[in-house]
Design a protein. Structure first.
Length: 349
């Protein structure tokens, strides 16, 4: 999975300011569920309680970033919390737009996109970090001999034309004496990593947990330079679970119930990567089961990593990335980091 695919969908949220205050009834039926339960209790009925329908929008096609959602659904964790969860792909609009408009109660996004959205007045909030540390970075086939960011000089990078790409490249090149102006930057459109490096480019920005693992399985080894290893401000949260300020205000119990079940799903994936991979493959049979299993084994320990609990977010991570973008004039004003995320709905440690 190339980073550009996730980011481009996330950035669409800036186009929906006109509908930021609108919303559907998705996830707003908690009161109806409660009324049904009270009715059952009053009549002595043993009929099952009505579940609250909740839609979750992915950031891209299903992959191991999303395993905890599928596990929570398959093992009944959502049902235990009174939720009937539907997991959907984002379509052209993108998950941020779906969450902001109310079409989906929850979504998967990334700190990069949400930071830009907050500065545009889009009322999205990150409620959990799916992966504790940034697993993305610049990748190249080993025959390109890119062992350090300085080796980017004289090479061709394939991306999507965002200023953030050159800025990230510069952030990891500067400390080792590299000059980003000596890198040729081109747009590769919708071409995937494996096609592009055989045809047009030397390196690209990828998530190792998917594209890097796929390269291993293909027998096409790569050199991976993780952003977090060279620039601490780039050790940001990607992906994250999001909801809207409206959802938090009007349905806090639903947000809490959703995160309780989702946390159990990701903890199961941490403890049982093989079984979790099988669950994802069963739910999405079009995926390559071998890739899912290998990716899950690599990624499962990284969901929680060194955090006290899955999903925990730190103010300094949001502040450092926001300050970095602002200093580069990629943001018009400083980010209010404290309003961009919350840990309040995560289960207690």
């Amino acid at each position: 999975m190339q980073v550009k695919k996730v980011l481009m969908l996330g950035l669409t949220c800036m186009l929906i300011l006109a509908i930021a205050g609108c919303g559907s009834n998705n996830g707003n039926t908690a009161g109806n569920k409660g009324n049904a339960a009270e009715s059952n209790a009053a009549t002595g009925s043993n009929a099952p309680k009505e579940l609250t329908k909740v839609k979750v929008a992915l950031d891209w096609t299903p992959n191991t970033n999303h395993t905890g959602l599928y596990v929570a659904k398959d093992l009944g964790y959502y049902a235990e919390e009174g939720l009937d969860v539907e997991i959907v792909q984002p379509g052209a609009a993108g998950s941020d737009t779906m969450v902001t408009s109310g079409e989906a109660a929850f979504g998967i996004s990334a700190q990069e996109g949400l930071t830009l959205a907050r500065l545009q007045g889009v009322p999205l909030v990150s409620i959990a970090a799916i992966i504790q540390h940034n697993t993305s970075g610049f990748a190249a086939p080993v025959d390109r001999k890119i062992k350090s960011p300085k080796d980017f000089e004289g090479k061709t990078y394939g991306g999507w034309g965002s200023p953030a790409e050159e800025a990230a490249m510069k952030a990891i090149m500067d400390p080792v004496g590299g000059d980003v102006k000596k890198v040729k930057l081109i747009s590769i459109g919708e071409a995937d990593y494996f096609t592009a490096v055989k045809r047009d480019i030397d390196f690209a920005w990828i998530f190792y947990a998917w594209t890097g693992i796929e390269a291993e399985l293909r027998g096409e080894p790569l050199d991976m330079l993780y952003l977090k290893d060279y620039a601490p401000q780039l050790d940001y949260y990607t992906p994250v679970l999001t909801t809207s300020e409206k959802q938090i205000s009007e349905n806090p119990d639903l947000v809490k119930a959703f995160l309780k079940a989702t946390s159990k799903g990701y903890q199961y994936a941490i403890d049982h990567p093989e079984e979790a991979a099988a669950t994802l493959s069963k739910a999405v049979p079009d995926l390559d089961a071998e890739l899912v299993l290998a990716s899950q084994k690599w990624l499962s320990p990284k969901y929680k990593d060194d955090a006290p609990r899955w999903g925990e977010q730190k103010t300094e991570v949001w502040q450092n990335y926001g300050d970095w973008m602002y200093d580069l004039k990629l943001l018009d004003k400083p980010l209010d980091a404290a309003s961009a995320f919350t840990n309040d709905f995560l289960p207690a440690e």
